[in-house]
Write a protein that binds this ligand. Structure first.
Ligand SMILES: Nc1ncnc2c1ncn2[C@@H]1O[C@H](COP(=O)(O)OP(=O)(O)OP(=O)(O)O)[C@@H](O)[C@H]1O
Length: 315
């Protein structure tokens, strides 16, 4: 990795007597899209706020482009905060133009960009409407527009598609993807694992304020779920030192069996072993555990306990 655009080392955040983030370190390389994942309350927003100087860290180094964030860096940065907030009593396009000018665009360019963006997100007819007359999702579209209108080199998005219907979520992901293609580095908090699988190069999973996993999406999948070979067959799969049988279920006339390969046992080796043992194989596929399954495995109990606590269950 070249010089990281974001560098966090030994970050700790204590509120009162509660340690919310502990000894957190990670880097984000220029040009990559980085997924910041973790259950509710695991410290993601806190980390972003400390990175952007909104919170004073208890300890640690948090750098953007080699130094602590300073407001002067704002022109090259787009931050979509978790708490959305624009001037609600102003017309949509005026608000966008105002922020565009704050970010250094001239008024004509800001207006042209805003109208084009509003058309793309289906809000042309709302351009002159007060922001507070828009739905929550429509307001969020405007806010994302404000965030990206100066084509920032670093985009920090805290749950950018929260509250969107699937069609609009896809539209927003397309817009984020365009920013990627234009060369932006994207740091994105999200709970939508399909967004991560589609957009992210690398991820970090926070658990209880600590780094639980960190690497490419593929590496995290290998680390927590691994790969299985899914075999459709009749007859019995014999024991072998090349694999372990993880699960087997009836399917049609035969069975489907998941085999976890031993270290170094590739598809060809395992398939040859089965065929050599006389197992009639009608299908063979490599299946990687989805991030969603991994998330549920890593956080399942915690997230449920939190939901139960919030609902007063067991109180
Ligand atoms: N200003 C603050 N004062 C005290 N505690 C805080 C403050 N900000 C955050 N916390 C606590 O820090 C913990 C982490 O919160 P944070 O918002 O960083 O979580 P998160 O991972 O972004 O969660 P979510 O996915 O729900 O948005 C929570 O327990 C929260 O209550």
């Amino acid at each position: 990795m070249g010089e990281p655009i974001v560098h966090i080392e030994g970050f700790q955040m204590v509120f009162g007597d509660t340690t919310v983030v502990e000894d957190l370190s990670f880097d984000v390389a220029a040009g990559e899209t980085f997924g910041f994942l973790g259950s509710n309350g695991s410290g993601k927003t806190t980390t972003l706020r400390a990175l952007l100087g909104i919170y004073q860290p208890t300890a640690g180094v948090l750098h953007i482009n080699g130094r602590p964030f300073s407001p002067a860096d704002g022109a090259r940065l787009g931050y979509l905060p978790e708490e959305r907030g624009l001037y609600k009593k102003e017309p949509v396009v005026d608000t966008m133009v105002y922020f565009g000018q704050l970010k250094g665009l001239d008024k004509t360019a800001a207006r042209a960009w805003s109208l084009e963006y509003l058309e793309r997100v289906g809000l042309t007819d709302k351009a002159s409407t007060r922001l507070d007359k828009l739905s929550g999702g429509q307001q969020q579209k405007v806010q994302l527009g404000v965030t990206i209108m100066n084509t920032p080199e670093l985009l920090i998005l805290d749950e950018p598609t929260k509250g969107f219907d699937p069609v609009n979520r896809r539209l927003l992901m397309d817009i984020i993807e365009d920013q990627q293609k234009a060369g932006a580095t994207v740091v994105m908090v999200t709970h939508q694992m399909e967004e991560v699988e589609r957009l992210c190069d690398r991820v970090i999973l926070l658990k209880d304020g600590k780094r639980h996993a960190y690497g490419t999406v593929r590496e995290v999948q290998e680390q927590f779920g691994g790969t299985v070979y899914r075999v459709h067959h009749t007859g019995v799969v014999p024991d072998s030192h090349h694999y372990t049988v993880v699960a087997t279920e009836p399917a049609g006339q035969g069975q489907v069996t998941d085999l976890a390969p031993a270290d170094g046992a590739g598809e060809t080796v395992v398939l040859a072993e089965l065929v050599g043992a006389g197992v009639p194989v009608s299908g063979f596929a490599t299946v990687r555990t989805s991030l969603e399954e991994i998330f549920i495995r890593v956080y399942g109990t915690d997230s449920l306990q939190e939901a139960e606590a919030a609902a007063g269950v067991g109180a």
